[in-house]
Design a protein around this ligand. Sequence first.
Ligand SMILES: C[S@@+](CC[C@H](N)C(=O)[O-])C[C@H]1O[C@@H](n2cnc3c(N)ncnc32)[C@H](O)[C@@H]1O
Length: 191
Amino acid sequence: MRASFFSESVRELAISASGAKAGELAADIGAGSGFITEGLVTRGLSVIAVDQSEAMLRELKRKLASAGTVDCRIGDALALPISNDSVDYAFSNMCLHHVDNPSRGVKEMARVVKLGGKVVITDLVEHDFEFLKDECHDHWLGFKKESVRRWFKAAGLTGVSVRSTRERCLSSSSCGHCRANVGIFLAVGEK
Ligand SMILES: C[S@@+](CC[C@H](N)C(=O)[O-])C[C@H]1O[C@@H](n2cnc3c(N)ncnc32)[C@H](O)[C@@H]1O
């Protein structure tokens, strides 16, 4: 299902922007069925995968159980079940537009990374496809890059970069009359 929304290049961009290396520890926030987690595990990282949905984490475990380096935790992106300063990277792909307070979400990600660690977010740029609110439980119709930049800075992150990628997220409404085609941004900051 994920492949029909966006391509694997999104995770390649996110992971390469982080500089993540084998042996390090990352968190994947709103991990879902493990799109980002899988890319990190393949590169030899250990991952704490957080999601509010038990069903999603069950699916993630089914896919990645043999990796042995994934710690699944049910929890809220706005109150992460992860201690302060404990991971090298906090990634989040396509979760921020589901939370009611995205600025708080960025702060939480910044809280859990170690000094020198990175927060890496890929999500939707601002759009006007209202049907995504009803059909996909989206809370926000994407974000202005300036807002994301402000939230990163307010969270105390430095060297902040927020840029559009060439990647797109595609989704059709259930009636088939509306087809969303939305740009994806990549935001990176260091603690
Ligand atoms: C669009 S999916 C993206 C999943 C995955 N990151 C990916 O790239 O395929 C959004 C995920 O965020 C999770 N989510 C939404 N709001 C959340 C919250 N407040 N705390 C934790 N997870 C949340 C959902 O359960 C869902 O698995």
